[in-house]
Design a protein. Structure first.
Length: 568
């Protein structure tokens, strides 16, 4: 049974850590302006500490005009006014460290805001010293070869700027011009800025779309057919094949990262499994971890509004997670997550948010995240079983991605726009950006003012205060499971092996290290299920944890949404 192919990888604190993601805009508002802020997070440090997590990853808190909620940075060395001051930041960092929790910040350096001083300079004239900090295409060369933009109303990544009669590149919104990494001065500025934050004592960076920083600066023509044939129809996959991304990550490692005991995780937008070790094979000297999109995007509605199939194909899901795990059999290290601020709530997306199943289903998903091999990334609120809000009206959305795609589709056909709006209930990013539900009082205890985005009305029953008082809650389960993971190195370093591969309802796997074997059985469906554990003897197995109070009399059958962990 014990797969001898997988030697235990070298230990590292970031392999043993559980990462808890805080979306600052939605965590806790301290001053009644309806926007979560740093003082708000500070006021909840004891709650964060009570979870047993090791690392907080906080989404961007830098100065920003908020075209994309802080992912458009106008000053990398200052704090966004909505969120507070640098003193607040220092206090947050201190408060976390006091509790033994590390802080990882977002590094957004594929693009800046168009309101950043560099861009103001850059666009002011063709011979400005900052001109080259961005990608410009002079209009006398004609219209630039098509590049796709995810947030642009016309999906066009080139924006014409009459001031200098040239186009600039923006993979994201036109207020997020792409930085030109070919320029050594720009890279120096970025490395210095990273040093600035490390010297303050932060513990790492989550690197926003770092996979696409390198462009073939001659911008050759690329056709949709080529994207379809060579890149699975995915522009991000093409973008992630830039010629110099690894050269620059190695440079960044030498210039900055190697000086500190920190962790790094790439947002692997467009990165395919075959390429992941280029980022995270320790010998190459690049990054520690990368999180991929393959499991997330398999059922994404194409942005053309075509009909979609929201059914969840567990077989495919298992295949993807197993294939990615195998990439790290000998080198590198993986990540596990089921949601973040760019995805819907995990419960609604992969589980069952019907009140009859909510608690069980959410515990089952939490079991998956915390018993797989790879560092777990867990979005704040998932420990309460928060669900997607599923807005009916476009007016309720705040996300530029949803709003601009809807605008584009509306100009094409009303049906496409309506289909898109419907599908946003399943996929929309705002689903996970609604305020954290602290208690049953006004605005879920998030704010005394008007929240920047609507609060999920289920807060009356789904909230932290209630969950804390209920020993059978998802919150207590999350804490218990973290404790278990910490006590059992097998759950961290042990080899993963998939069982009962063709079972369409159950995800079953073992984790083993030396003589120790854990068996994890997860019923992803809301019906009874059976599991074939092969030649493993379940009768003598010891049940360690599960999401039903009573043990199931027949161990090869699972109740709806059941999760069980056995020690063999
Ligand atoms: C990443 C972020 C996302 C943001 C985008 C542009 O995907 O996670 O929230 O909109 O990059 O910075
Ligand atoms: Ca506030």
């Amino acid at each position: 049974m014990h797969p001898s192919t997988v030697p235990p990888p070298r230990r590292a604190w970031w392999k043993e850590a559980v990462v808890y993601q805080i979306y600052p805009r939605s965590f806790k508002d301290s001053n009644g302006d309806g926007i979560g802020d740093l003082k708000g997070i500070i006021s909840k440090l004891d709650y964060i500490g009570s979870l047993g997590i090791d690392v907080v990853w906080i989404n961007p808190v830098y100065e920003s005009p908020n075209d994309d909620n802080g992912y458009d940075i106008s000053d990398y060395r200052n704090i966004m006014k909505d969120f507070g001051t640098m003193d607040d930041f220092d206090a947050l960092l201190h408060g976390l460290h006091e509790r033994g929790i590390r802080l990882v910040m977002d590094l957004v350096v594929n693009h800046s805001s168009d309101e950043h001083e560099w861009f103001r300079q850059s666009k002011s004239s063709r011979d400005n010293p900052y001109r080259d900090f961005y990608h410009w295409w002079p209009a006398e060369k004609g219209t630039p070869p098509h590049r796709w933009s995810i947030f642009d109303v016309d999906a066009n990544a080139w924006e014409y700027d009459p001031a200098t009669d040239a186009y600039y590149l923006h993979y994201f919104s036109k207020k997020q011009p792409d930085l030109n990494w070919e320029n050594p001065q720009l890279r120096r500025e970025i490395y210095d800025m990273m040093d600035f934050w490390f010297k303050k004592g932060i513990d790492g960076f989550r690197m926003d779309v770092i996979s696409v920083i390198s462009k073939d600066a001659s911008f050759p023509a690329v056709s949709e057919t080529e994207i379809a044939e060579k890149y699975h129809g995915s522009w991000p996959e093409f973008y992630a094949k830039g010629p110099k991304v690894h050269t620059w990550l190695q440079e960044m490692r030498r210039e900055v990262l190697d000086k500190y005991d920190i962790m790094t995780v790439a947002e692997g937008w467009g990165v395919v499994a075959e390429d992941v070790l280029k980022y995270v094979d320790a010998e190459r000297g690049e990054l520690d971890m990368l999180y991929h999109f393959e499991a997330m995007e398999q059922w994404h509605l194409p942005d053309d509004g075509a009909p979609h199939d929201p059914r969840f194909d567990l077989l495919r899901f298992k295949e993807i997670h197993t294939r990615w795990d195998r990439m790290f059999a000998e080198k590198g290290w993986g990540t596990v997550y089921l949601g973040n601020h760019d995805q819907a709530r995990m419960l609604s997306r992969w589980g069952n948010d019907d009140p009859a199943y909510r608690v069980r289903s959410s515990k089952m998903l939490t079991t998956f995240i915390l018993t797989m091999r790879g560092t777990p990334y867990y979005l704040a609120g998932d420990e309460l079983g928060m669900a997607s809000i599923q807005f009916d009206h476009i007016e309720d959305y705040r996300d530029i991605y949803t709003l601009n795609t809807y605008k584009r589709l509306s100009s094409q056909s009303a049906e496409a726009a309506a289909a898109y709006l419907e599908a946003q209930k399943i996929y929309g990013r705002d689903n996970s950006r609604t305020p954290f539900q602290w208690d049953g009082s006004t605005n879920a205890g998030f704010s005394t003012g008007t929240p920047w985005i609507k609060i999920n009305p289920d807060f009356v029953s789904v909230n932290a205060e209630r969950a804390d008082q209920d020993p059978t809650s998802t919150l207590h389960y999350f804490r218990d499971l973290i404790r278990l993971r910490k006590a059992e190195p097998t759950l961290i370093y042990g080899a993963y092996e998939l069982l009962d591969e063709d079972n369409p309802q159950v995800y079953a796997y073992t984790r083993s290290l030396g003589d120790e074997v854990f068996l994890i059985l997860l019923n992803f469906s809301s019906r009874d299920a059976r599991v074939d554990a092969g030649n493993l003897n379940l009768d003598t197995a010891k049940r360690i944890m599960g999401n039903y109070a009573e043990e199931n009399p027949t161990r090869t059958s699972l109740r709806p949404c059941e999760a069980v962990i056995y020690r063999l």
